[in-house]
Ligand binder design. Structure first.
Ligand code: COI
Length: 354
């Protein structure tokens, strides 16, 4: 497919103070767009100036949420070159999400080529301060103008870019999580493993309650027994108990995180015992109470590796690892970010240079 490039006539000022980037507030000068209809399939691939999407109020995505998205990052290496981390895995997961949402699949090789072109156009937007990167948000939305409930026949795929710092205001300091038994994020047979807006909408109510109580995030339990840990919503979760790494096994209602997979892969490379299995929240709480060495951390593209220092479960508030970053958490954070930023070798072939 041909890719056309139209450059913006006026460029926005770039952020001067990279320590104040925050997450997802500033957007670059250009975006990638591509359309789908049943006659032409995906077509009209173009990089063009960043602009609003003009939509009829009856556009299907606004009513039934038929959409999928992804999150990945471009990093600036110490030499100034740019690179992506496992972008093929994200586009592959996007197609898996699309299948669950009845959205036509994209050509993973072509969109990676388009993404690299877009980043070349926007290369000056990739920040260079420690802990910063260019966040990439590919999205597909249903664009039929129709109020009946069915899969749309037309779609828009777009990619926008945002220079970012840390996702959590805490940065790489321990966050506080609230385990809810009152709400569920996803259920067996649902679409919990898809990266789709509805899963995030479903998390908002409990998230607001957690914030009111001073917690950063909600830790979701399974939707059937309300016993087994699933994920945090903006990240997957890992427990390290007496040297063994444990993460909930993918069961259809957990997002298959690319960072999650990378951590498991590094653990296996380093011969750290690592289990993907069901883990009840009580097992973690009891391990802590029994004086075992416990660390908890989240993983995600936005969150990277995020230590957890406090867990609230029922009426108990439990401090994990003295509310300090544990050695295992630090090891994975360092190894992953060293690969992502090109400071260390890439033992698994995860880096895609731009
Ligand atoms: C990501 O980690 O890229 C995500 O999409 C999570 C989102 C809540 C920021």
């Amino acid at each position: 497919m041909e890719l056309t490039i139209t450059k913006a006539k006026h460029l926005k000022p770039k952020p001067q103070d990279e320590s104040r980037l925050g997450f997802g507030k500033i957007f670059t000068d250009h975006m990638f767009n591509m359309d789908y209809n049943t006659e032409k399939g995906w077509h009209n691939a173009r990089i063009e100036p960043y602009c609003n999407i003009d939509m009829d109020p009856a556009t299907m995505v606004l009513h039934y949420g038929q959409a999928v998205f992804e999150g990945m990052k471009a990093y600036r290496t110490p030499k100034g070159t740019l690179q992506l981390f496992r972008p093929q895995s994200n586009f592959h997961r996007m197609n898996a999400s699309s299948r669950l949402l009845c959205i036509p699949e994209i050509d993973e090789h072509f969109v990676l080529h388009a993404l690299k072109e877009l980043i070349r156009v926007e290369q000056e937007w990739v920040p260079s301060s420690p802990g910063t990167s260019l966040y990439i948000r590919p999205t597909i939305i249903a664009t039929d103008v129709f109020l009946g409930v069915r899969a749309s026949q037309t779609y828009r795929f777009f990619i926008i870019l945002s220079p970012v710092g840390a996702y959590y205001p805490e940065g790489f300091n321990p966050v506080k999580i609230w385990v809810t038994k009152r709400h569920v994020r996803a259920v067996r047979g649902g679409i919990g493993e898809a990266k789709t807006p509805g899963n995030y909408a479903a998390s908002l109510y409990a998230g607001e309650q957690a914030h009111k109580e001073g917690y950063t995030q909600v830790l979701w339990l399974d939707g059937v027994e309300q016993r087994y840990v699933e994920e945090v919503g903006s990240m997957n979760i890992f427990f390290c108990i007496d040297g063994e790494l444990i993460t909930p096994v993918l069961n259809g209602s957990i997002l298959p995180g690319v960072t999650r997979d990378s951590i498991i892969s590094l653990a296996r490379l380093w011969n750290i015992p690592c289990a993907e299995r069901r883990i009840a929240i009580e097992e973690v709480i009891n391990a802590q109470k029994e004086g075992k060495k416990v660390e908890i951390f989240g993983s995600g593209t936005a969150a990277v590796v995020s230590p957890v220092g406090t867990v609230k479960y029922k009426d108990e508030v439990i401090t994990i690892n003295n509310n300090e970053v544990g050695p295992m958490t630090q090891k994975f954070y360092d190894a992953l970010t060293d690969i992502q930023y090109g400071r260390a070798e890439d033992p698994r072939g995860w880096i895609e240079k731009i």
